[in-house]
Design a protein around this ligand. Structure first.
Ligand code: S3P
Length: 172
């Protein structure tokens, strides 16, 4: 029996959308790590990045991971950079089902094109930036044991696959 379902993956792969669907279906509570960090800090992620730098944000992310990994009953949508610290994935994996959602650079671009809240994508050449970040992170995402390719799938269908993994770990 898994303590939580933890969704990881690049920005725009549908973690929050799929997470909300799963939480409603499985009667778990949904938690978005970025939102919790914003609430606690009283400011937006983009402001935290701008004023304190990325390393500070990563330390907040690390602390929250330690806290959440010890709890249960949630579907947790992580920020895309959660994989940058292997300790985060190790801690979540010890009790929770960790699933990586994957999408092509083009799909990601289509999803984030009109959004402005992600500091790492606040550039003119979004596709170039997506590709360059993905190039360094891909091995980290690929190392997650459960990966779902979301290209061409509706969020409900992605949720079906995560749910099947979750139920197979329930022992029945
Ligand atoms: C980040 C992804 C964002 C947010 C921050 C950094 C990343 O979360 O944590 O802007 O490094 O990939 P989403 O994946 O929810 O957009």
């Amino acid at each position: 029996m898994y303590a939580n379902i933890v969704l990881v993956g690049f920005m725009g792969t549908g973690k929050s959308t799929v997470g909300r669907i799963l939480a409603a279906r499985l009667d778990l509570s949904f938690l978005d790590m970025d939102s919790v960090i914003e609430q606690r800090q009283g400011r937006q992620i983009s402001e935290i990045f701008a004023k304190e730098g990325e390393a500070f944000f990563r330390s907040l992310e690390r602390q929250l991971t330690i806290e959440l990994a010890a709890q249960q009953g949630r579907v947790i949508a992580c920020g895309g950079g959660i994989v940058l610290n292997a300790d985060n994935i190790r801690d979540y994996s010890s009790r929770s089902l960790v699933v990586c959602l994957r999408a092509s650079s083009q799909t990601i671009l289509d999803r984030v094109r009109h959004e402005t809240h992600r500091p790492l994508l606040a550039v003119d050449d979004k596709l170039g930036r997506i590709r360059s970040i993905l190039a360094t992170r891909q091995p980290l995402y690929d190392a997650i044991p459960h990966i779902i390719d979301t290209d061409g799938l509706f969020a409900e269908a992605v949720a079906d696959r995560v749910e099947a993994l979750y139920r197979s770990g329930m022992g029945g």
